[in-house]
Design a binder for this molecule. Structure first.
Ligand SMILES: Nc1ncnc2c1ncn2[C@@H]1O[C@H](COP(=O)(O)OP(=O)(O)OP(=O)(O)O)[C@@H](O)[C@H]1O
Ligand SMILES: [Mg+2]
Length: 340
């Protein structure tokens, strides 16, 4: 049962950011080291891993903390407004530009500009951004006066930018200009030690904001939380805790309160306990096929050859099982007895 005072013992130098896995501790150390350096940074990680949170933490730890932190999603700006969003425009620059408007670069002057989803930035804009980063100056749309700026850029990406460079989607020169310090945030499934602290942290938060009194999670429920793959990472976990707090309101969260997809992992998480690998390598495909064949054969043996039961045991459809039996020639004598 997780009944200890929420968040106790998980404190680090970054308020609101929870993490005690080795990977997160390394990231905290790195953030402290580089925050004040003014070097540009690229933060990569799957959706919901906390890229935005870390970017803000870097800004807060830097000497720029009292200046603006400006966030812009590079993939979400209509094509005709892109330049104006970044560089601003003068009055009358285009139809509808009735007043002058500063762009994100000017707004971030002295502070930090966070370029989110940098991989989605159109290629022609990439050239212009590179120029600003190199020359530290730009002209607003329709303007002739050059504006000088002092901005630190933190770029975020869900995808590996180096791959995007190799594919020709992202300019190599801009990549090197931005990626002075790369930070990769691992997925939540790769940092299991963070799950309980995050659960406690969000429980404390939602108990307060939703005026609820959930004591904690049962040990079994926590085990399922640890086994889940969390494709939406910390955001998914946070949303789940919110939903559970709102629906249950008090007492302890048990396995029955968890959504089906989490309860499912209890069955799905079977892995062989010991596996000795040969020194000279294996063929992954045939090894996986052989493993599947063995599981099917053993399940059929366990259910005395009754396909319906074996399919239930394996959590697959009976028709899928029948196909696999054919493919793997699992039609041993034990199966010939039963055809159900
Ligand atoms: N280590 C953490 N401690 C506490 N809260 C976290 C942590 N990591 C992420 N969160 C929370 O999870 C949510 C998602 O985080 P964030 O928006 O920073 O992720 P992201 O990587 O930028 O995702 P996306 O690529 O989808 O924008 C936010 O509500 C954030 O506060
Ligand atoms: Mg984000």
């Amino acid at each position: 049962m997780s009944t200890e005072t929420p968040n106790q013992g998980y404190a680090n130098q970054f308020p609101g950011i929870v993490g005690q896995s080795t990977d997160m501790l390394k990231i905290f150390d790195l953030v402290e080291k580089i925050a004040d350096s003014d070097s540009n940074i690229v933060i990569t990680g799957e959706t919901g891993t906390g890229k935005g949170l870390i970017a803000r933490a870097i800004h807060r730890c830097s000497h720029r903390r009292d200046k603006p932190f400006i966030h812009i999603n590079c993939g979400a700006i209509p094509e005709n407004l892109v330049e104006s969003e970044f560089f601003g425009h003068v009055r009358g620059a285009f139809t509808g530009a009735t007043t002058a408007k500063p762009g994100k670069f000017a707004l971030a002057d002295g502070g930090t500009l966070c370029l989110d989803e940098i991989g989605d930035m159109p290629r022609d804009l990439q050239v212009k951004i590179l120029r600003v980063l190199e020359e530290r100056e730009f002209e607003p749309v329709g303007g002739v006066k050059t504006i000088k700026i002092d901005v630190r850029v933190i770029a975020l990406s869900q995808h590996n930018l180096e791959q995007a460079v190799l594919k020709g989607i992202f300019r190599e020169d801009l990549f090197y200009r931005l990626c002075v310090i790369p930070i990769t945030i691992p997925t939540l499934r790769e940092r299991q030690p963070d799950i309980q602290p995050l659960v406690d942290h969000f429980l404390e938060h939602f108990n307060t904001t939703k005026h609820a009194a959930i004591r904690g999670f049962s040990e079994e429920a926590l085990t399922l939380m640890r086994r889940h793959a969390w494709p939406g990472n910390v955001r998914e976990l946070k949303n789940l805790v919110e939903r559970l707090v709102v629906l249950k309101r008090e007492g302890e969260i048990s396995v029955d309160d968890l959504p089906e997809k989490l309860r499912h992992t209890a069955r799905g998480a079977f892995t062989p306990r010991s596996m000795e690998l040969p020194t000279d390598g294996i063929c992954l495909n045939s090894a996986v096929n052989e493993f599947e064949r063995t599981l099917i054969y053993q399940s059929l043996k366990k259910t005395n050859g009754v396909k319906k039961k074996a399919a239930e045991f394996l959590n697959i459809k009976r028709t899928t099982l029948v196909e696999k039996i054919k493919r793997y020639h699992c039609d041993e004598p034990l199966l010939q007895k039963k055809t159900r």
